[in-house]
Structure formats: C-alpha cells, structure tokens
Write a protein of this length. Structure first.
Length: 381
C-alpha cells in the first residue's frame, strides 16, 4: 500500500534509479513520487522535467541520495519543469552541483539537505541549491554544508524566499547573484568564509539585481579560509565577512545578529577591476547604491581583518563592524539621497568609510555621514 499522499513509492535497491526516474517521467501535474527511508546510491544525474511534480523522501535525515560514485551528469538532481517541489531528503557528495533548476517557475526546496562529507575541499561541488534564471524560488527549513562556492545560491532570478535554513562549511553560506526581489530571513549562516553575499556581476544576461531584504538572521563566525576554485569571483572573497554587498542597489539589511566575523560584519563595495576580474560589459553598473543597513546587532566583528581588508582600508586598526567604500557614480546626481548608502540605528557598531575611489584620502568613521534612511522593502511572504 502506498503511503498517504504518494502516487508512487521507490525503495533502495539495484533498480532504484530506473524506478524513480520512470516514476518522475510518468507523474502528472499535482502528483508525488515518494522515496522510502534508506540510502540510494546513484551514478547518474536525476532529472525532473514534468510540471507540478513533487519528489518526497521519508525524512531529511533518513532518505539519502548518495552521488559519491556519480559518473554521468553535471548535477545530482536537475529540474527543468515548473512548479516542482523537492522535500524531506538529503543529496550527498555530488561531484557537481547538488540540486539545480534552470529557467523554471515556482521551484521549492523544503526540508532538504545538500552535504559534502569532505571538509573544505575543492573536490566538492560548487553549489548546493542552484536555481538560475527562475521566477519564484522558495528554500525553507533546509541545510547546505561544504559547497566550494555557495551553499544556498540563487542567480539571475526574481521573487525569491529563503527562510529558516542553515548554511555552514561553505565558501559563501548564501549568495544572491544578479537577483531581484529576494528575501532571506530567520536563517543561520555560520562558519563559512562569508555569511551572505549580495552580488551583481558583469557579463551576465541579467545586469542589475536589486532589492534583497535580509532580516532576523544570525550571521556569525564566518571565518573559514577560502577554498573556492581559483579564478572564480567568490574565491577572491576574504574570510571573516558577515554580509557583503557588491555592485548591488536598494538592498535592506535589518534586525540581524552579526557577530564574530573577523574581517567585518557588513561591507558595501563597488565592482573594482583592481579587486576582481576586468570585464567588457558596457551595460554593467559597477556601483552599490541606495542600500539600507539598520537596526542590526553587531558583536565582536573585525578582530583580525584579512589582508585584503587591511589593504583597502589602508591598514585600519581591527574592530570595524561596518565598511563602506565611499564610491559614487560620477555620472549620476544624488540631490534627493536616493543613491546614498545608509547605516542608521545599529547600536554601538563601529563604521569606516574607507573612500576607496579617492585612494583613502577622505576616510571617515563619522556615522553621521551615513545617518540617513531609504524606503523599507516589503519582501516576499
């Protein structure tokens, strides 16, 4: 007899891969393919191409999809159908990305783990969750451990919600890249190289991701040495970063606990070819503008800044919770303050505008210079 809510049930065994793949291909919209407790050893990528299909395990800790011996395919699970949900299982030791979704709508990862058992290894896959070019992404009650790039990654997507999740042991715990209208809340990003990255990068079809809202998160002790693949942007991120906003606009970081990140708690910086790779993309705006960092609690950040942080801050003494590069777009007027980066009401947090674009000549620790407000974001619900 099938468990309640299941239209098919697959159990571990020599034929499990063919059975689950066949069940997924046969599933109609609204149907659920279930996998029982146990370990499934797969050597091929698992594909979900149907619309409205759910893949459900017995529980996150008991249904294990082990790809340690994978020889075929670039991902553990690849989703190309709309309205797909994956829930209550673990994807383990994929040589590539854990679970990928390409240009789909309303993809849901609920109570899912992607883990690599080898610690801080370049042999691990680059990304745990990897939805790209999607409209509607939900990641909740989930865990990623060990990604050599970003654990929870969302790229070139819109309408994104990450909540009640955990990421540790990755280079980046959470990364939004060229993504618009994302919310991350009640998520614990700890013991990564960096906790949460909000990036815009050049050379991509989507140019100007914006409006990420981050609130009620715990971002702590993100001090793991960077083990990213050489040549990638994330491999240049120094250890000890809580939040990093790179060339992204109109983001809001509020009501977070940001602590124990030895380089800094929050850094907002433009895309500099001196720090990152040079590019040829005339439509790309390098500046980070209109960001709003407020009402956060900072504790014990900046105790031992990485060399890159010391370099751009002209060797500034340790202990700075919030860093701003001070660069502004010379081609845009800011009479109404809409482009200003604002840092009000962060308690006893320390601040430095290191004025990178003027060779540190106008460095200031004066919080009054950034005591402004931006329109609050509504975020995803």
């Amino acid at each position: 007899m099938l468990p309640e809510g299941c239209n098919a049930l697959v159990e571990p065994g020599a034929d499990a891969y063919a059975e689950v793949l066949g069940a997924l291909m046969d599933a109609n919209p609204g149907e659920t393919v279930c996998m029982s407790a146990g370990t499934f050893n797969f050597v091929d990528e698992l594909s979900i191409s149907g619309n409205g299909v759910t893949l459900r395990g017995a529980a996150r800790d008991t249904t294990i999809l082990d790809f340690g011996g994978q020889t075929v395919g670039g991902n553990g699970v690849k989703i190309t159908g709309d309205d797909v949900t994956i829930t209550a299982l673990t994807v383990k030791d994929t040589p590539g990305d854990g679970i990928r979704g390409d240009e789909v709508k309303n993809i849901v990862y609920d109570d899912v783990a992607v883990i690599w058992t080898e610690e801080a290894s370049t042999n691990n896959g680059a990304y745990g969750f990897y939805p790209v070019g999607c409209d509607g992404v939900t990641i909740r009650n989930s865990l990623v451990v060990g990604a050599r790039d970003a654990g929870i990654y969302v790229g070139q997507s819109t309408n994104v919600l990450v909540e009640d999740s955990e990421a540790y042991g990755n280079v980046a715990g959470v990364e939004f890249e060229n993504t618009t209208d994302a919310t991350v809340r009640r998520t614990h990003a700890h013991d990564n190289t960096a906790g949460i990255l909000i990036f815009n990068l050049p050379g991509l079809p989507v140019k100007d991701g914006k409006r990420t809202l981050a609130y009620d998160n715990i971002i702590e002790n993100n001090n793991v040495p960077n083990f990213g693949e050489a040549g990638t942007v994330v491999a240049k991120v120094p250890p000890g970063i809580g939040f990093m906003v790179l060339a992204a606009d109109n983001n809001e970081i509020r009501n977070n606990q940001i602590r124990g990140n030895v380089s800094t708690g929050v850094v907002i910086v433009h895309y500099s070819s001196e720090l990152f790779e040079s590019f040829d993309d005339a439509a790309f705006n390098i500046y980070a503008e209109g960001n709003y960092v407020h009402d956060n609690t900072f504790t014990g950040n900046g105790a031992a800044p990485a060399d890159l942080i010391l370099g751009v801050t002209a060797g500034k003494k340790p202990g700075v919770d919030m860093l701003l590069d001070g660069c502004i777009d010379p081609d845009l007027a800011n009479a109404d303050g809409a482009l200003s980066n604002c840092f009000p009401n962060n308690g006893a947090a320390t601040f430095l505008n290191f004025d990178l674009c003027q060779a540190n000549n106008g460095m200031t620790e004066d919080l009054e210079t950034v005591n402004c407000m931006q329109p609050p974001l509504e975020g995803q619900t």
